[in-house]
Design a protein. Sequence first.
Length: 157
Amino acid sequence: MLKYALVTDSETGLCDVGLGDNETFYKSIGMQKLDVAQGYDGQWYLSGKFQESSYLQKAASYRQEIFEKEFFNTSLGWIRREVRMKDGSTRNFLSDLLLQIKAGLDMGVSVDILTYNLPDFTQELSDDYIKTLQVTKPATSDFIQECLMQTVADWEG
């Protein structure tokens, strides 16, 4: 948007912006009409130099950190640590469900599990978005081994 502004940092594009309508005053202090955008930090920047990347990178890193606490990675995909059952209760995948899944496999029963693709961490990790990442896959003996190794890693960590 065009506003009277004065660039205060040419590297970042940071500007002082006149927010009123006193054009004569703004011109008298060296401001000129520039295309500017307000950043997430409340500061004003030249539109061409406006960098959301720092904020977005921090937000994405935070989302990834949260995701990696709530999920663990396997060869089949990411597994939610706390699983919501159909009756609304929650269970810990590794301590409450893994042995039943292994027992089913040992009996020759095909056991499908809900896995998740890795999200785009630049997006909010809403429940609706997370659901779009779900993929049902059959459990394997290699998967059981990976989960057991994750349990050990969690215990040692």
